[in-house]
Ligand binder design. Structure first.
Ligand code: ADP
Ligand code: MG
Length: 308
C-alpha cells in the first residue's frame, strides 16, 4: 500500500456538509455561509508529550480531535470541517484502521467533515486543523470579562492530570481518571448555550490558573477565586485531602472543561443550562478591578504546563 491508497482507504469519507471539493485535490474548497464568521484552530499531539507511548490508536484519534473541538467550543462556534496531518513511524494497517474508525466515530457525533490533510513518515504526531462557524460578532472571546462578573467552570478539574501523574509514577490510575485523560469531552453544546450570556470564555487545556490568567490579561481585569469552590471528583478530592497538592486541580492541565465569566443576572439561566445539559457548572470566584489572580486558601504557587 502506498501513501495515496492509504489516504483513499482510511481518510476519504463521505461528507455531511456541502463541501465543494474534499480530499483529493491540492486544496479543499468549502462554501462560506452568509452572516457567519469562520473560526479555526490547530493543535498537535506528540507521542510522549501529549500521550504516553502505549496509548491505543483509538484513544489517540479521539483526543487529537477532542482537543481541537474544545478550542472551537471555547469560542461558542459550531464545528464543521477538519484537516489531518499525520506523521507515522510505519505503515501499520491495524493501527490505521483503529485510528480511522475512532476518528470517524467522533467526527460523526459532531457532523464534522474531514476535507484534507497530509501524510508523512517520522515520529508519531497528529496535527488537526479544525474549522467552524459562528454568527458574525457572536464568538466568545477571552477579552470580554467585566468587573463583578461571576467566574464559572464546568464539571470537575484535575482528573486527567491526576491520571497522567499516576502513569508517570508507575501507578495505575482509576478507570474514571484515565477516561478523562484519554477521552476529554469538548463542551461544544455548553459553549453554544453560553453565547449571548458569557462575557468571556476559555477552554482549560493548561490548567485553571494559567488559562484564567489569559482571560484576566486579555480583559484587563483581575479575579479572586476560592480554592474550596473548585469542583473535584472523588478520586482527586481524596488525593488532595491526603497530599494538600492543590496544584493538580489548578495547574495540572488537560481538563478540556470551560472557564467562563457571566454577569450576575444570568445565575438562574445557568441553572437551567446545567439541568438541560447535565453538566455541573460551579461558581469559583469573581472578576475584580484589582489586577492579578488571587487564589484564596492557596499558600503556595503552582507551575502550569508550558512547552518551553
Ligand atoms: P499535495 O502533494 O498536493 O499536498 P498530498 O499528496 O499531500 O497532496 O495529498 C493528496 C490529497 O489527500 C490532498 O487532497 C490532501 O488534502 C489529502 N490528504 C493527505 N493526507 C491526508 C490525511 N491524512 N487525511 C485526509 N486527507 C489527506
Ligand atoms: Mg501534501
Amino acid at each position: 500500500m502506498n501513501e495515496f491508497k492509504l489516504i483513499e482507504r482510511y481518510f476519504n469519507w463521505a461528507c455531511y456538509h456541502s463541501v465543494s471539493l474534499g480530499v483529493g485535490d491540492d486544496c479543499a474548497i468549502i462554501d462560506a455561509t452568509p452572516n457567519t464568521q469562520i473560526v479555526t484552530s490547530v493543535d498537535t499531539l506528540i507521542e510522549g508529550v501529549h500521550f504516553p507511548k502505549n496509548t491505543s490508536a483509538a484513544d489517540i484519534a479521539y483526543k487529537a480531535l477532542a482537543v481541537n473541538l474544545s478550542d472551537l467550543a471555547a469560542m461558542g462556534a459550531t464545528p464543521k470541517y477538519f484537516t489531518l496531518a499525520l506523521t507515522l513511524p510505519e505503515l501499520n494497517e491495524a493501527w490505521l484502521s483503529e485510528f480511522s474508525d475512532a476518528l470517524k466515530q467522533l467526527a460523526g457525533e459532531y457532523q464534522l467533515d474531514l476535507i484534507g490533510g497530509d501524510t508523512t513518515k517520522g515520529a508519531l504526531s497528529i496535527t488537526i486543523n479544525i474549522i467552524g462557524e459562528v454568527e458574525t460578532g457572536k464568538a466568545l472571546l477571552r477579552s470580554g470579562a467585566e468587573v463583578d462578573d461571576l467566574i464559572y467552570v464546568s464539571n470537575t478539574l484535575g482528573d486527567a492530570a491526576y491520571a497522567w501523574q499516576q502513569i508517570e509514577q508507575g501507578d495505575t490510575p482509576s478507570d474514571f481518571c484515565l477516561e478523562r485523560f484519554n477521552r476529554p469531552t469538548a463542551r461544544v453544546g455548553l459553549a453554544q448555550a453560553l453565547v449571548g450570556m458569557a462575557n468571556a470564555c476559555i477552554d482549560l487545556s493548561d490548567g485553571l490558573e494559567q488559562d484564567l490568567s489569559h482571560i484576566l490579561k486579555h480583559s484587563k481585569v483581575g479575579a479572586t477565586i476560592n480554592i474550596d469552590a473548585i469542583p473535584l471528583s472523588d478520586p482527586v478530592s481524596v488525593y488532595i485531602n491526603t497530599t494538600q497538592d492543590w496544584c493538580i486541580a489548578l495547574a495540572g492541565g488537560d481538563d478540556y472543561e470551560l472557564c467562563f465569566t457571566v454577569p450576575k443576572t444570568y445565575v438562574e439561566a445557568l441553572k437551567t443550562i446545567e439541568k438541560n445539559l447535565g453538566i455541573a457548572l460551579t461558581k469559583i470566584g469573581v472578576i475584580t478591578k484589582d489586577l492579578g489572580l488571587d487564589i484564596k486558601g492557596l499558600n503556595k504557587t503552582c507551575a502550569s504546563y508550558q512547552h518551553f
